[in-house]
Design a protein. Structure first.
Length: 95
């Protein structure tokens, strides 16, 4: 197994301060998509916070992302990805 495919940081989550920018879309989320992990960010429940969570890149992880977004009331998502890794995430979230 390569070092890249080890899933040591999958499931890590936390709350961080939201500083430096103003919120333009309070129901938007962001995803950073890689070959082995996906990092998502949604607005936090407290003012000026954001919640960040790390997921794997398997179908069950896509379902977990969708459930997390629904629970947080997310209506739009910005994706950042290298290569073609964004395609399955986009297709899953669109369905």
């Amino acid at each position: 197994m390569s070092k890249l495919s080890k899933r040591d940081n999958i499931g890590i989550s936390g709350k961080r301060p939201f500083a430096g920018m103003s919120k333009m879309r309070p129901h938007a989320a962001g995803l950073d998509i890689g070959a082995h992990e996906i990092v998502g960010c949604v607005p936090g429940e407290e003012e000026n916070t954001q919640e960040v969570q790390t997921f794997g890149a398997y179908t069950s992880d896509l379902a977990a992302i969708g459930g997390w977004f629904r629970a947080k009331g997310v209506t739009s998502v910005a994706l950042e990805s290298t290569g073609v890794y964004w395609i399955p995430v986009f297709e899953y979230l669109e369905s």
